[in-house]
Write a protein that binds this ligand. Sequence first.
Ligand code: KIV
Ligand code: NA
Length: 279
Amino acid sequence: RKKITLNSLRSMYKKGEPITMITAHDFPSGHVGDAAGMDMVLVGDSLAMVALGMDDTSEVLVEEMLLHCRSVSRAAKTAFTVGDLPMGSYEVSPEQALETAIRFIKQGRVQSIKLEGGAEMAPTIKKITTAGIPVLGHVGLTPQRQNSLGGFRVQGKTAAGAMKVLEDALAIQEAGCFAMVLEAVPQEVAALITKKLSVPTIGIGAGNGCSGQVLVQIDMTGNFPPGRFLPKFVKKYGDVWSESLKAIESYREETKSRAYPAPEHTYPIPKDELEVFQL
Ligand code: KIV
Ligand code: NA
């Protein structure tokens, strides 16, 4: 398979073929997403919480995002890569945002960047796209603004709220986004917004009327201990945590009982050499 480009995404969108995106945060998670045929791989700032154990995404630094972007980019032979600009690295001015976006391209080695926000971010998106860096927008629930939104709350649940999401979507499309994430909005609202746009919507918690879907890999593969809260929209397709736990427990038991390592896991030495050594 060939590397996915903006043209490939565009032609999927035109054909009505859903676009698939998954997050990744290191070489193995990028590799498996790529091997599974994902169209896009996102190094999301959800990394802060699911991979670095931070309380929220506002803590993660540009330098930290860049290290993870580089690792994922090395693995993504086919998937189109996106790096998520962390909170604080793009809101000050369009100039600040462009400088950060350039670092993501040069040091993160991703093909595009994502940033959160609606109409107020239009000049910023225009600045970055004009410099030749593709921008994936993100409207609806924007987790970096959780404090001012009053938490992780569904957006567009009233007519006025839905109109606001639509206006934001239209504004960032006009500013040059090649696509946008639509997070946590009612299915009917997301479907209507998708119809009104001429660029793809990548839904998360936005129903099946979007042009594509994105999920956080650690969530959808079940790579977390039992009891963790999962948003309603996450479908757990696997149980990676249990698999890892079983494997490590077996290794522990076999080490304690000396069943591991078995002869086939050891290196031979010729008998005559051993005899000399043992003298
Ligand atoms: O950070 C992230 O993983 C995201 C996706 C859920 C869209 O922004
Ligand atoms: Na994010």
